[in-house]
Design a protein around this ligand. Structure first.
Ligand SMILES: NC(=O)c1ccc[n+]([C@@H]2O[C@H](COP(=O)([O-])OP(=O)(O)OC[C@H]3O[C@@H](n4cnc5c(N)ncnc54)[C@H](OP(=O)(O)O)[C@@H]3O)[C@@H](O)[C@H]2O)c1
Length: 300
């Protein structure tokens, strides 16, 4: 792979909501926190270095949430990067609470969403959040109350654009009747994209691929979480490893390059707590998969 000054530029760009350009390869800041996405990082200095290096490499889309830590991920972002460069989009989320390490519960009540947004604004030292994502649709709260609260926050100038997370095509279309939706963040990676995962909330589980195709048709950004299957796709196994060997790349780079090639609306946000892994992942933007490699991985 050749070396270039700003490798992330090679991932292409996407205009979020029609007015916020970002490079397609972003960074997920969930893994900066402690074990179980709870508490402080094991190595605080490394967490700060990861965030600063991400910007040096050209990343201008960082995904986080109030519930990562909770509060820790957003606080680290402000500590490492404030004052922010104007091109940086910090996409945060609200709607999940944390009773303890590894536990997540929905809370989409309007008073909670309003308080969560205000707290994120304070922690991130922002006057407006460029992309605010509803982390989960709460089945215990009416759809209109949840999306209506985000619409109010948008009208008050506290958030610029609204995104959804873990949703079906039907959810997206219901939401779009109430507010413009610019992004969808769902679990999606090379090996799980055809698998409909059962969920308590969804009566008819839908393969992730169908949601991606809908976003493509509608020009909505698709932000895949678990792009590396929580690290499993970075291990040398199966078709990803074979293609990686052929291209003198790493399995993580191949898995990310595949996502970037799969769709122009795809904005992968691989997460890491290490500068070394960050640099490796960003170099995926320089990896060009040939048609044959792309098809082999598709079948694999
Ligand atoms: N909307 C949602 O409900 C939701 C859910 C989950 C995640 N997310 C977002 O999506 C982002 C990405 O998902 P994710 O972080 O859970 O999973 P991921 O990106 O698939 O994988 C992250 C894991 O892979 C390891 N890793 C990363 N790069 C590596 C490399 N080059 N070589 C070896 N191991 C590597 C990391 O460990 P090291 O720290 O050791 O590198 C980390 O444990 C999150 O950070 C978060 O922002 C959203």
């Amino acid at each position: 792979m050749q070396s270039v000054d700003i490798p992330v530029e090679r991932s292409g760009s996407f205009l979020l909501g029609g007015d916020r350009p970002v490079h397609r390869l972003g960074f997920g800041a969930m893994r900066l926190t402690g074990k179980g996405i709870w508490g402080e990082p094991r190595d605080h200095a490394e967490a700060i270095a990861v965030l600063r290096r991400a910007l040096e490499l050209g990343i201008n889309l960082i995904d986080t949430a109030d519930s990562y830590g909770p509060a820790v991920s957003e606080r680290l972002i402000a500590e490492a990067l404030y004052p922010y460069p104007p091109e940086l989009v910090i996409a945060t989320k609200g709607g999940l609470e944390r009773p303890g390490p590894g536990h997540w519960t929905s809370n989409g009540r309007p008073e909670h969403l309003r308080a969560a947004c205000e707290a994120s604004l304070r922690r991130l030292k922002l006057e407006r959040i460029e992309l605010y994502q509803l982390h989960r649709i709460d089945p215990a709260v009416t759809f209109g109350d949840q999306l209506g609260t985000l619409r109010d926050l948008q009208q008050q100038g506290k958030i610029r654009h609204i995104g959804l997370s873990k949703v079906s095509v039907a959810d997206i279309e219901r939401a779009r009747k109430l507010v413009p939706i610019v992004s969808v963040q769902n679990r999606y990676n090379l090996v799980e994209r055809h698998t409909a995962r059962p969920s308590a909330r969804v009566t008819k589980p839908q393969p992730p691929e169908q949601v991606l195709e809908h976003c493509e048709r509608e020009g909505i950004a698709f932000i895949p979480w678990y792009p590396l299957l929580a690290g499993e796709l970075a291990t040398p196994r199966g078709p990803v490893a074979r293609v990686a060997e052929r291209l003198h790349a790493t399995p993580a780079q191949v898995a990310l390059a595949w996502l970037l090639r799969r769709s122009p609306v795809m904005l992968p946000i691989p997460g890491t707590s290490s500068v070394r892994h960050l640099e490796e992942n960003v170099a995926a933007a320089l990896l060009e998969l040939g048609d044959q490699d792309f098809r082999d991985l598709d079948r694999g």
